[in-house]
Design a protein around this ligand. Sequence first.
Ligand code: NCD
Length: 307
Amino acid sequence: MRNLIDIMDLSKAEINDMLDLADDITAHKEKYWESCKHMKLATLFFEPSTRTRLSFEAAMIELGGNVIGFSTADSSSAMKGETVEDTCRIVSQYVDIIAMRHPKEGAPVAAATTIEVPLINAGDGGHYHPTQTLTDLLTIRNEMGTMDDLTIGIVGDLKYGRTVHSLIKAMSRYKKIKFILISPKELEIPYYLKKWMNDENLEYIETNSLEEYMSEIDVLYMTRIQQERFFDINEYNRLKNSFILTPEKLIDAKKTMRILHPLPRVNEITREVDKDPRAAYFRQALNGKHIRMALILTLLKWAEEGR
Ligand code: NCD
């Protein structure tokens, strides 16, 4: 059974096929209106979400399917002490595919061992968020017209930001990619990821200045400081205003640069930046629905083929 837990579960060719399918869905929605008729998706969200959960639900509905699920752990039997494995095992008997978000790193791996339908990791703690990465890849391809030869500036909470971890891994497979990792020292990428980047010989620079490399960047990936993952609220308060993108800070940026953000934003991008045509984050959120439609279709097809 093929699941999507880590973006590296998919080959580069499989990702490209999924991006192509998302483009076709965007262009010819009506072709797919009955693709998942009589099928069900469960969204099991043990941690809050707006975009990810609702885009999954909208995706399944637009494919002609139905959705069941819960949006907080306290409205599930987790409150009574049920394990995540048991919850998923039961739900997998009711539905054809599951999208799950959990505050604990690795929870989807545990859940996947007990179920017989495809499982999608919709974010596990500070670890991974592969469907946001598929959204990011589709946005980069559509906005930049290429996935190769790009300098990607990643800004903010690189320690706890799961979207960052999955994005770095995914982009590492494309040609001539350079990463500029922009964060306060306290929020730099986790050691395991840095070691992996070194082992893979990836090109990267670490800095705590948003402006220093602005003129070189092709994709500026802004992120929120992940308040809920901090152990010490004083530390969060000290770091929360580390980087705030304003129109002035974009003066040296390339005209072709694109600004991405997985959203939600807090204050790291001011509202004035929204008017800049380079701001791609709202288009990115719409891409999220189309790529999730492509993902659901692909995983269901693979399940039917017994893959
Ligand atoms: C991200 C997440 O949940 O990790 N949001 C999302 O899925 N679009 C980013 C975040 O919460 O900051």
